[in-house]
Design a binder for this molecule. Sequence first.
Ligand code: NCD
Length: 314
Amino acid sequence: MSSQRHLLGIRGLSRAEVVSILDQAEVFFEVSRRPVRKVPTLRGKGVINLFFEASTRTRTSFELAGKRLSADVVNISTSTSSVTKGETLLDTVKTLEAMQPDVIVIRHSSSGAPHYVSERVGCSIVNAGDGAHEHPTQALLDAFTIRRAKGTLDKLVVTICGDVLHSRVARSNALLLSLFGCEVRFVGPRTLLPRDVGGYDVKVFDRLEPALEGADVVMVLRIQRERLDGALLPSLREYSKTFGIGPRTLAYAKKDAIVMHPGPMNRGVEIDPSVADGERSSVLDQVEAGVAVRMAVLYQLAGEGGDAHGAAAS
Ligand code: NCD
């Protein structure tokens, strides 16, 4: 990414660029475990988080990431902004740009919104999730978590389960893991699988058991009720019986398989609480990784690796 001004998606990133972000994140991961969790790296820089969709993890971790790097961070949620008065996305972003931030982080329900904006502004844009399209920092933090747990990202079997149709997490992960020769499997009810997976190097299953066979990583997706049109899923109970990850179904994966979920979880729907809280769960490791990975991304865009002159983590 150091050669790029924006982080819009995993598509377009090379394997070396991904590794460089993950290696940088390792340095910042240690910073977050110190008694004083702050470095001066982005002092004098500005980061604006502009979220047009709900978020707990992503927004908070971008905020903490900026603050731990000593940047000035401002959060805008659209329910309290002029968007409610009818301002367009571009006018909102142009207005914020006039205040000279270095990075604007955008989450939006329309696929392509961050790309559209990035062609029209001078500061760096980071995609924090656009529709069902991409969520690059989630895929990066997932890769960071997998690499720490498994010691490598190369040639793993990763099964991504559930509401793949609506999932930007599934798409970004499939792109990233393919760079490392992983076997990526999508599994879910047919109505929640994308009709066309042409642009992704994945195997598609509509039954859970064969999809889990031999998996090193089981990535569970949230049923996105807000994007579901009722017809796609007859009942959540039925779904949980057929596609929920619980002790019985998890037994098909490798014995040392880890279980991931980007959150927020629907406990008892796509994941059984005993698995979510079990010893193979990496859910909270993912959250911790999120801060370090977002620090690395902000650093590469606005710090020494980007246009400006930050000091390295010290
Ligand atoms: C995901 C998202 O918003 O795409 N959540 C997240 O960023 N941690 C997944 C989801 O909402 O299900």
